[in-house]
Design a protein around this ligand. Structure first.
Ligand code: HEM
Length: 403
């Protein structure tokens, strides 16, 4: 029996300060079952070594259909047929499907593509600040942290600039699908989004441009290509993973620097520290707070506790990144921390494909903010800040600042 009082890990209240609870789990309940608001049971692994082991453990699968018993499969909520291609995204698949899809996208999503976006990222960061600088205040999430990665990922994909607005609206609806219970409310947006993308693929198929969608249509690996449903699932994944995460790194990271003014001043004095600073902000704020779900293929024993077959298991990255057996003074933000073996981009075969892009965007975002707005400060008391309810992510709904 666990001595720990249950909490709702999806709630905004939990996300505001999850660390005392996670410290208790690491100390005395390292394999902890909890229940989501929709009654799904989730097993939380909170120690660094257990999270890294989970990401490489062949007793666990990403594709829940491989793990569930007939009885569990029957109880799965009905998925509208139009959403089914989206289940074929590589983050939710195991080898050999995952290997095949990852090698196809790997050929198109190259380090040189990220380098090509560097000067454009700088220009967008400057443009976004130009728009607000005379006002002396902004919502850092709405005006900077969100539009920066959103613009970059849509430009990489090749979506026409005039369509960015609706693309963003629809993607917000899709993002709400990552909550445990998708609602009927999002179906019209998802349907429009899928129709738009299918039309767009036809256009690029006929008239390829210098963008990722055209490259993915053409990409071949040993005579193998992505079919249209796989392309759809891939673009969804890239779009969502490409901005819903980085927004939290820039938002949470800025808050962490504002709450640790000595570290903020250090970065302002020595901008060359931005690389280790971004690694430390990744560790300290864990923008993707848990791994995506894994499912035990058979009953799996961890520290003497049995995780039953087919039940959802999450590695809590935000806890592993504060594990005192790995990080010295883990609750202290130290932008020069070295070594810094954080797990913020995961590990193993699903290691974040976009890590080089996210690092480049965040490094430019923080140097630009500290150069152009040196007296940045919170507009209101930190207690008024609200966190987004989410299973996997940890991020602010808004971050009002003055300068
Ligand atoms: C701060 C920003 C980011 C963080 C913290 C982050 C974090 C992660 C994590 C933890 C995983 C592994 C999940 C798991 O194993 O369950 C992952 C996978 C992935 N990420 Fe990121 N990510 C970020 C930005 C991006 C960007 C900018 C892109 C793309 C443009 C991206 C694309 C992906 C993809 C495609 C996967 C799945 C890889 C696979 O299944 O092989 N991510 N990310």
């Amino acid at each position: 029996m666990s001595a720990t009082q249950p909490v709702n890990i999806v709630s905004a209240e939990f996300k505001a300060n999850p660390f005392p609870f996670l410290n208790r789990l690491r100390a005395s309940d390292p394999v902890y079952p909890t229940t989501l608001p929709d009654k799904t049971v989730v097993w939380l692994l909170t120690r660094y070594d257990d999270v890294t082991a989970l990401l490489r453990d062949e007793r666990f699968t990403k594709n829940r259909r491989n793990a569930l018993t007939k009885e569990q499969l029957r109880k799965l909520p009905w998925t509208p047929p139009m959403f089914r291609p989206l289940e074929r995204n590589m983050l939710d698949l195991d080898p050999p499907d995952h290997t095949r899809l990852r090698s196809l996208v790997h050929k198109a999503f190259t380090p040189s593509l990220v380098e090509q976006m560097r000067s454009r990222t700088q220009a967008i960061a400057d443009e976004l600040l130009d728009r607000v600088v005379s006002a002396g205040e902004m919502d850092l999430i709405r005006d900077f942290a969100l539009p920066l990665p959103m613009t970059i990922i849509t430009e990489i994909l090749g979506v026409p600039a005039k369509d960015h607005g609706k693309f963003h609206r629809w993607s917000q609806a899709v993002v709400s699908l990552t909550s445990p219970t998708p609602t009927l409310r999002v179906i019209p947006s998802v349907w429009k989004f899928i129709r738009y993308l299918r039309k767009f693929f036809k256009l690029r198929g006929r008239d390829p441009q210098d963008d990722l969608v055209s490259a993915l249509i053409k990409t071949e690996e040993a005579g193998d290509r992505l079919n249209e449903d796989e392309l759809l699932a891939m673009i969804f994944l890239l779009l969502i993973a490409g901005h819903e995460t980085t927004v939290n790194l820039i938002g949470n990271g800025t808050l962490a620097l504002l709450e640790n003014p000595n570290q903020m001043r250090k970065l302002q004095r020595e901008p060359s520290l931005v690389k280790p600073a971004v690694e430390e902000l990744l560790r300290y704020t864990s923008p993707v707070f848990t791994t995506s779900e894994r499912y035990a293929l058979e009953n799996a024993m961890v520290h003497g506790v049995t995780i039953p077959r087919g039940e959802m298991t999450l590695g809590v990255i935000g806890s592993a990144n504060r594990d005192e057996t790995v990080f010295e003074n883990p609750n202290e933000l130290r932008i020069t921390r070295e070594p810094n073996r954080h797990l913020s981009f995961g590990q193993g075969i699903h290691f974040c494909l976009g890590a080089p892009l996210a690092r480049m965007e965040a490094q430019l975002a923080f140097t630009t903010l500290s150069r152009r707005l040196p007296d940045l400060r919170l507009k209101n008391s930190p207690h008024t800040l609200r966190w987004r309810p989410s299973i996997f992510l940890r991020g602010l709904t808004a971050l009002p600042v003055k300068f």
